[in-house]
Design a protein around this ligand. Structure first.
Ligand code: MLT
Length: 275
């Protein structure tokens, strides 16, 4: 096995997608890790060392986030899924386990729908299968308008309290700071375009029984955005899923309780790789 760490940009027509390609290039399984909104691939920093010993990891900053270019208007989850597929093609990876947190999970559903043969498995962290209600979609459009005039600080102020468990806020100031920094680093136009895209995303709930790939469903016990009861239902509806609840974590379980999350991911990946 030959570990490596490459930082690169994929040039698409109008945008550059930043990504890192780490871990052994000849690994049996590749994992594409898709971050949440409005964050960037740095949110997987506690998974990187644990997973990259054995697995090749592709870590993009999704369009409009981090070091990738911004597209204004509306960026749908399908557009992001297409970017990920092009990234895998570029890296000459035929199939990957797609791991998505929250918005990354919305992109993962789309990825499976559009590229079933490229989907070796799914790891769904703190995410939802339902579409937005009209009320939630309206609130997203309002935030999209507000953030371009007020800046990313407005998004940080409204989102930060909801993203992390109370215990994380009290006991892990470095994690709180990291999340805040990632939000502040996101271009307001990227935030706005993604909010509009999420407002129009499809409902995958009825499709869950068709998603016949090995799946791991992970949820923080204190997640108020995609609560454990809702994620357990996703786990029940997926034909080949395991559901794992992570104690003392909110909506960003991989950052808040990395040891428990990594154990679940490594166990799952070992099973997928031996299939
Ligand atoms: C996320 O963490 O990606 C967001 O909570 C997704 C959303 O706003 O629905």
């Amino acid at each position: 096995m030959s570990p490596h760490d490459e930082t690169s940009f994929l040039q698409l027509d109008e945008v550059q997608i930043y990504f890192r390609d780490i871990g052994p290039r000849d690994a049996a399984t590749t994992v594409g890790l898709l971050h949440g909104f409005p964050l960037q691939s740095d949110m997987w920093q506690f998974q990187e060392p644990a997973l990259s010993e054995k697995y090749r990891l592709i870590l993009p900053d999704l369009r409009g986030h981090g070091r990738s270019s911004v597209t204004t208007g509306t960026v749908g989850m399908d557009v992001m899924a297409d970017d990920v597929a092009k990234l895998l093609d570029f890296a000459q990876i035929e199939q990957a386990v797609i791991c998505g947190l929250s918005m990354g999970g919305y992109v993962a559903w789309e990825f499976w729908q559009r590229y079933p043969l490229k989907t070796q498995g799914l790891m769904l962290c703190d995410t939802r299968s339902v579409a937005d209600t009209e009320e939630v979609a309206r609130a997203r459009h309002m935030m999209a308008a507000q953030v371009v005039t007020e800046g990313a600080a407005m998004a940080a102020k409204s989102m930060l309290p909801k993203l992390l468990a109370a215990e994380t806020h009290q006991q892990q100031p470095a994690v709180v700071q990291l999340v805040e920094q990632m939000i502040l680093a996101t271009d307001p136009h990227g935030i706005a375009a993604t909010q509009r895209g999420m407002a129009g995303r499809r409902d995958f709930t009825a499709k869950l029984p068709e998603i016949d790939v090995p799946s791991l469903v992970i949820c923080g016990s204190e997640d108020g955005i995609s609560p454990p009861a809702e994620m357990a239902q996703i786990g029940n509806a997926l034909p080949r899923a395991e559901f794992v609840e992570i104690p003392n974590a909110g909506h960003l379980a991989p950052l808040e309780q990395p040891t428990t999350v990594n154990e679940a991911m490594l166990r799952f990946l070992a099973n997928v790789s031996s299939d």
